[in-house]
Design a protein around this ligand. Structure first.
Ligand code: ZN
Ligand code: ZN
Length: 481
């Protein structure tokens, strides 16, 4: 997924950090120190991870709250067990990142982990992907999704478990997503007898520009199964561990990519009148594409056109015969996406004609469709918000907002009522978070069991609501969904 923008900071504690400052501890604000001294307890009683795990283990009532009770001990042991288990797993995943559709080792680790938990699965889907299902038919069917691919980046952190593969890194946190969903599978398998329906754990390849989700569905994922809801999360380095944000509605943009090849005869830099100039034509295209957002798109709509690549020429006195440029466009609606794509095509061809060069455009339609917008079903999103508030506390459950990043989770949201939310992974000591898709991206391991437990709580509550066990409100949700 594309890195979250700066605005994410305004939705977290970051403004407070900036505002409060500190004269005695330049690297720590008063606010951070207060969090540390108190031990960060989003619900005011137990750390988020303990609460989250406790909710899964003691879904029928908070009997564990009384301190030093046997139930509390049970929860603490389970939390310790999950925390160690999931960290070990994540470190293994993190050290051996693999690129889209090459997630062989990762997929093997997922499968052997599921084997060790006694969970069966269907493999392969979309080359390296798989889906595992537990529970019993008859009730609701809910799914949670993890993506497995890394990025072509060389990791530049100093972590002991940094990537061991030169040129590859889990710079988008998909290793964390995989570990969290496996953690949820472990928690839920232990309660399988009590599940009021079925849960599927989806492990897909190639989220990064490979449309792995689309390929999973094309390969038959859920082809013969009705799925009532699907949940997915993305780690957010701008939010602290123990926080999350949810938005009901279109939360991420649709996205497409284009590549243009401009050709002409080329010639000597001294006699430009003897050839069409691919460099000037390319420069004109770059500038004119910007007018699509400022002049063509309604001011009421959100859109982005970014030229991110421009290659041409190798000598200072030669007009090159070829220039290649390309980039991406974003929109929050299907219609907007379609319009921008057509306007980009028209603008490039018309500018090329004016400049007398040839232009061929590749929209990569033969590989996969453009990513649709990620649309959270309001009812599923509000349900998810309620569960996350229960786990992290209302004060740590932020209101999300639409962003121009894109996710192939969108392909699931086209077919299944869905909620995609963000989970904080910023360690409280982190002054400047390493953004996603950068060599210095890192995350707080304490967020791993929290993510696992949120997934597990979403599943448990969703299945329980479907069974009508939670009474009146539950029935309404069931009818609507
Ligand atoms: Zn990414
Ligand atoms: Zn991502």
């Amino acid at each position: 997924m594309v890195s979250f923008g700066r605005r994410a900071c305004t939705n977290t504690y970051a403004p407070k950090l900036n505002a409060i400052g500190s004269s005695t501890h330049p690297r720590q604000t008063r606010f951070q120190r207060r969090r540390k001294m108190a031990g960060f307890r989003p619900n005011g009683s137990l750390p988020a991870v303990t609460l989250a795990v406790a909710l899964v283990l003691c879904a029928n009532g908070p009997t564990w709250v009384a301190s030093a009770s046997p139930a509390t001990k049970h929860v603490e042991e389970a939390q310790k067990d999950l925390t160690e288990w999931i960290s070990k797993l994540w470190r293994e995943l993190h050290q051996y990142p693999e690129l889209a559709y090459q997630e062989e080792k990762t997929s093997r680790l997922v499968r052997t982990t599921l084997d060790s938990l006694g969970i069966s699965y269907t493999y392969p889907l979309a080359t390296t992907g798989l889906v595992a299902t537990i529970g019993r038919p008859g009730g609701r069917h809910v799914a949670v999704r993890a993506d497995m691919d890394g990025l072509a980046i060389t990791e530049a952190t100093d972590l002991p478990h940094k990537s061991k593969v030169e040129g590859k890194m889990h710079g988008c946190g998909h290793d964390a997503h995989t570990a969290m969903v496996l953690g949820a599978a472990k928690l839920l398998k232990a309660k399988e007898a009590e599940l009021q329906g079925q849960v599927s754990f989806v492990f897909q390849p190639a989220e990064e520009a490979g449309a792995g989700a689309y390929r999973m569905l094309e390969d038959g994922l859920f082809k013969n199964d009705h799925v009532d809801a699907i949940f997915g999360l993305h780690v957010d380095p701008y939010m602290f561990t123990g926080q999350a944000s949810v938005y009901a509605g279109t939360v991420l943009a649709s996205a497409g990519t284009f590549k243009v090849t401009l050709t002409a005869t080329g010639g000597h830099g001294a006699w430009p009148h003897l050839t069409a100039d691919t460099v000037v034509a390319g420069a004109s295209i770059v500038l004119m594409l910007q007018t699509l957002i400022s002049r063509r798109l309604s001011a009421q709509e959100a859109g982005v056109v970014s030229v991110t690549m421009f290659q041409g020429g190798s000598a200072l006195n030669v007009l090159p015969s070829e220039v290649v440029l390309g980039g991406t466009w974003r929109s929050l609606s299907v219609e907007g996406n379609k319009n921008l794509k057509e306007w980009i095509r028209q603008m490039i061809l018309q500018q090329a004609t004016v400049m007398g060069v040839n232009a061929t455009i590749d929209f990569f339609d033969d590989k996969h469709p453009t990513y649709p917008p990620t649309v959270n079903d309001p009812r599923v999103a509000n349900f998810a918000r309620g569960v996350i508030e229960k786990v992290l506390g209302p004060e740590n459950t932020k209101e999300g907002y639409p962003q121009m990043g894109a996710e192939d989770f969108a392909f699931y949201t086209e077919r299944i009522p869905a909620c995609f939310f963000l989970l904080g992974v910023r360690h409280e000591d982190t002054v400047t978070p390493g953004p996603l898709h950068t060599p210095r991206f890192s995350l707080d391991e304490a967020a791993l069991p929290i993510g696992a437990a949120i997934h597990a709580n979403l599943v448990l509550d969703f299945l329980n609501e479907g069974s009508g066990e939670d009474g009146k409100e539950t029935g309404a949700v069931k009818e609507e969904l």
